[in-house]
Ligand binder design. Structure first.
Ligand code: AMP
Ligand code: GLY
Length: 422
């Protein structure tokens, strides 16, 4: 099977890595890939989706997998399908579940899927009235994109009103804050769950926990994620069944009714409140770094899983996972998440210890290659992934590998998976 992965991050590296290990995969392309995906396959620099689809036809690519949200929202899946190519990911219409907070919230409400009680408005009087109806803390979100800073957890009605006033007046976030979503505060623990969907059937992957804040003890600014582990012991079979029944099945049914059957990865951002899973948000792609720790847990050949998901055959697949744990520690660049840093050469010590060599690996993300050397080029540079019989063993292996990786300005959290080890 000839496979192409669209994207350039650690998530796409991780998908490519398991495909590379799969004997059924004979050729692997990345579009555009990064400075390290050339270790796994060939990078393709075509940007236009029509031309990329033509490239897939010309090169007899059997399956394309889309990593990031951008190309999905821009309709890459529709372009490929119009040429009868097999591609795994949601259509442009289905990708709205992530692209628009308002669409998502309305979809959840319409289909009776549990989510925080909310009001979406641009009217200050309505906003104040709704704030008064909630018991603090109150969550205030700017509707548009604000580089991860648009969510305010206000500890009093007054504070919530100030936040809303500043957003609606444009003072806080400009136009992105001129519509707001006000939500009840959910007090629980946060998880990421991923359902691979083929429009009608799905496979729910082991639950993961991300670490969104930059610094230890969940302090500092929000990031794309500084580390993750799975499966988390914070979830039992009862919660998995509730997620399937109350969230995934109604979502698949609802999207069919919308005329936009959901194919691809449904990323469910969950808050577990007193044992009840409540939907915080949907994304239409794998999480990053969650993908980097879920892929190594997959026992079923990756090509089979993704091909069947892309061709509506998940009902014929009996998917298996290794009975192990994986922990991923993100190594970022010096100025992350504020700005890009100067390129810095990456040196990885030769790994002599067989325990690390066999049970830990690097998923490369923000890297470029020049003259046979790898450079950290900003953002999240790479993820050190450890696999083990316990979370502690997996974590220790991931951190041992982190110690072997060097570049100027390397930055990482030292407490990944702490909630599972308390
Ligand atoms: P969002 O951008 O909507 O994913 O929100 C960013 C973060 O804010 C989430 O990852 C949660 O940690 C927190 N958050 C968002 N909504 C709520 C809520 N209703 N209750 C508690 N925490 C929330
Ligand atoms: N790690 C969270 C995300 O990918 O959005």
């Amino acid at each position: 099977m000839r496979v192409m992965v669209i994207g350039s991050g650690g998530r796409e590296f991780a998908i490519g890595r398991v495909l590379k290990q799969d004997p059924a995969v004979t050729k692997l392309y990345f579009a555009p890939g990064n400075g390290a995906t050339t270790m796994l396959g060939e990078n393709v620099s075509i940007k236009d989706y029509g031309e990329l689809a033509q490239f897939a036809l010309d090169n007899a690519i059997d399956l394309t997998i889309v990593g990031p949200e951008g190309p999905l929202s821009e309709g890459v899946v529709d372009v490929f399908k119009a040429k009868n190519l097999v591609i795994f990911g949601p259509s442009k219409a289905a990708a709205q579940l992530e692209g628009s907070k308002v669409y998502m919230k309305n979809f959840l409400a319409k289909n009776g899927i549990p989510t925080a009680r909310y009001l979406e408005t641009d009217h200050i009087g309505d906003a104040f009235k709704f704030i008064e109806s909630l018991t603090p803390p109150v969550v205030v979100k700017a509707d548009g994109l604000c580089a991860g800073k648009g969510v305010i957890i206000a500890m009093s009605h007054e504070e919530a009103k100030v936040a809303v006033s500043e957003m609606l007046s444009g003072k806080a976030f400009g136009d992105a804050g001129k519509r707001v979503v006000i939500e009840e505060f959910l007090d629980g623990y946060e998880l990421s769950m991923f359902a691979l969907c083929d429009g009608k059937d799905f496979i729910l992957l082991p639950a993961a926990q991300d670490h969104k804040r930059l610094l230890d003890n969940d302090e500092g600014p929000n990031t794309g994620g500084m580390g993750a582990y799975a499966p988390t012991p914070l979830v039992d079979d009862v919660i998995y069944e509730k997620v399937k029944d109350r969230i995934v099945r109604p979502t698949l049914k609802g999207m069919q009714e919308e005329g936009a059957p959901f194919e691809g990865v449904l990323f469910i951002g969950l808050m577990i409140v007193n044992g009840e899973p409540i939907t915080l948000e949907f994304n239409v792609r794998f999480g990053d770094p969650e993908c980097e720790i879920l892929m190594p847990l997959l026992k079923t050949p990756a090509s089979e899983l993704f091909y069947k998901a892309a061709t509506k055959q998940l009902d014929t697949l009996n998917v298996e996972f290794h009975d192990k744990f994986a922990v991923g520690v993100v190594m970022a660049s010096r100025d992350y998440p504020y700005s890009n840093s100067e390129p810095a050469e990456i040196v990885v010590d030769e790994i002599h210890h067989s325990e690390i060599a066999e049970n830990a690996h690097i998923a490369y993300a923000g890297v470029s290659a020049e003259d046979g050397k790898l450079y950290a080029t900003g953002g999240r540079v790479l993820v050190c992934v450890g696999v083990g019989e316990s979370i502690k063993e997996a974590r220790d292996r991931a951190y041992m590998l982190c110690g072997q990786v060097h570049y100027a300005g390397k930055k990482l959290r030292t407490d990944i998976a702490y909630q599972a080890l308390r």
